[in-house]
Write a protein that binds this ligand. Structure first.
Ligand code: F6P
Length: 544
């Protein structure tokens, strides 16, 4: 049988199996196998992955792994590690693993040298910034200006690792172009002790450049002469840039000596491990940043070497294939039972939906399988008081990932036990629900049973993390990065471009002059009637 026919047959076998499994309840699966937890959980490093509450059997996993094998997953994995241009629509390699690899494991010597040089520059910069300053002020506040992958990873990681943060350095993140993001912050900062890090791979993202220009004006207006005494202009002293576009950064006024460069092969949503993570390194110290890289490197080794039946990233990906392609779910809930991981769902939304939110395969044809589900989530336990009603009694099949910490990062007596009890209870309640007999046993009024029923059978995976350290966070983020890579292969799509973001940006650039032009009372006929009407209404209100 040809390779393509083998793959087609594997998918057909999976869909047939799904029809057989569709009505099977998790209650039944657990009743059939008292050792189900042992059979459907895996450990790698500091992460225990319990997928026993997924609606799968050993046969399900066999069929899923057949699809992985027929999709040449191992070959694609080797191609990524070797630095091949697997991002074929941009003709780029995919190098986030190289950012945390040991020099001898880099795809080539040049990449290894670039990574090592960047890390040394980051180390030196962190050491200098924390050392007692010379003529200038000691930096007390660092403002990270960036958006999307140039914001979400560092912002999430700094919050996640709050327990490891340097006590007298304050980190601030500004992404949105809305003045409400930057203005209140500038109002309370001291320009003499503030450092701005402008993070933009292209150095062309309008939100980031607008914020950077306003910050530059604020610094120059506030420090007309302060920095003259130390022989540097204000921008040179209070700004650094992280970008792939050196020319644009120096044109902005940041000297090359204060520009951290990273290559095209690093995708924005995969860039935390590059100098994009400079604000994180300042927050937790370079040794903490190195520990983050080490944790990711450990997961990389696991991903590259573990056999399919032990491979956590591949197993996570195959469970998505099962839930979204075979069982027909459309959304995926992410619930970290850790306040410090509150931003993890937002980070994962970009990582997964910007990577996998596609409808065209690698050959340019419409996808026959997959494409990202809608990712959403909330921090536990707060989410239980907002969205869990839908999970328990709504109509949709919504697979969930629960993240729990074995050890609290901010321990208070009893608090962590309450948090854990809720996290464990919610995944169990979603899985097993409550029978009418059980409801009656707890005195539920029989007349209200229809409204107080808990059908259960909502699948979930629980990731139990040892604790929140840079090393464990590195393992966790790499786990999901590799899951995304696997889904790109299994769905035969390019997970590393993001052409879908450009039309809106282009249209915004075309609309801006219509909004800026006070004299243009009736916006150009070239605009659609809705946009024309809204712009006119905006101007009318402004006129009033
Ligand atoms: O618009 C989407 C996007 O290109 C993301 O992929 C990227 O992380 C973000 O914008 C910011 O881009 P840049 O780092 O070039 O400013």
């Amino acid at each position: 049988m040809t390779k393509i026919n083998t793959l087609k047959a594997a998918w057909q076998d999976l869909y047939r199996h799904a029809e057989e499994m569709r009505a099977t309840h998790l209650r039944t699966l657990f009743a059939e196998d008292p050792q189900r937890f042992a059979a459907f959980s895996l450990q790698s490093g500091d992460i225990l992955m319990d997928f026993s509450k997924q609606r799968v059997t050993a046969q399900t996993l066999r069929l899923l792994r057949q699809i992985a094998q027929a999709s040449d997953l191992a070959l694609w994995r080797r191609r990524m590690a070797a630095g091949e241009a697997i991002n074929h629509t941009e003709n780029r390699a995919v190098l986030h693993m190289a950012l945390r690899a040991l020099a001898q494991d880099a795809p080539d010597a040049a990449i290894g040298r670039e990574v090592a040089e960047n890390l040394e520059r980051m180390r030196a910069f962190c050491a200098a910034l924390r050392a007692p300053s010379g003529g200038g002020e000691h930096v007390t506040d660092v403002v990270h200006l960036g958006i999307g992958g140039s914001d979400l990873g560092p912002r999430m990681a700094v919050q996640t690792l709050a327990a490891c943060q340097h006590p007298d350095l304050r980190l601030h993140f500004v992404a949105n172009v809305d003045g409400a993001a930057l203005a209140p912050l500038l109002a309370r900062l001291n320009p003499r002790s503030t450092l701005f890090i402008v993070v933009s791979k292209t150095f062309g993202t309008q939100e980031t450049l607008t914020n950077a220009r306003t910050a530059r004006e604020w610094v120059e207006a506030s420090l007309p002469d302060a920095d003259a005494r130390v022989g540097e202009d204000a921008v040179a002293r209070h700004f650094v840039a992280v970008t792939s576009n050196l020319a644009a950064a120096t044109a902005f006024g940041i000297p090359a000596s204060r520009v951290f460069l990273f290559g095209d092969g690093v995708g924005g949503r995969f860039s935390l491990w590059s100098p994009v993570g400079l604000s994180l390194a300042l927050a937790i110290g370079f040794s903490g940043f190195a520990a983050l890289l080490s944790g990711a490197r450990q997961m990389d080794a696991h991903f590259l070497e573990a056999p399919p039946e032990k491979n956590l990233p591949l197993t996570l990906a195959l469970l998505d294939l099962w839930n979204f392609d075979a069982l027909g779910a459309h959304s995926h809930g992410i619930f970290p039972y850790s306040q410090s991981l509150e931003l993890f769902p937002a980070y994962l939304q970009q990582l997964e939906m910007e990577s996998l939110g596609k409808s065209v395969d690698r050959q340019g044809a419409p996808l026959t399988h997959g494409g990202s589900p809608i990712l959403w989530g909330a921090v536990g336990t707060s989410g239980q008081h907002a969205v869990f009603q839908l999970l328990h009694q709504g109509r949709a099949l919504i697979p969930c990932d629960f993240l729990l910490l074995k050890h609290a990062d901010f321990p208070l007596p009893d608090h962590h036990l309450h948090l854990l009890a809720n996290g464990l209870a919610q995944s169990a309640a979603l899985a097993f629900g409550e029978t009418p007999e059980e409801a009656r046993a707890r005195q539920v009024d029989a007349a209200l049973l229809p409204w107080r029923a808990f059908p259960g059978n909502q699948p979930s995976t629980t990731l139990l993390l040892e604790r929140l350290t840079p090393h464990v966070l590195g393992q966790l983020l790499a786990l999901y990065e590799h899951k995304v890579f696997c889904l790109g292969v299994l769905w035969n799509l390019n997970a590393f471009d993001q052409w879908g973001v450009e039309l809106g940006k282009k249209m915004a650039q075309r609309l801006l002059p219509h909004l800026e032009d006070e004299g243009e009372r009736t916006p150009g006929a070239a605009l659609d009637a809705s946009t024309r009407g809204l712009i006119a209404a905006l101007k009318t209100r402004r006129g009033a």
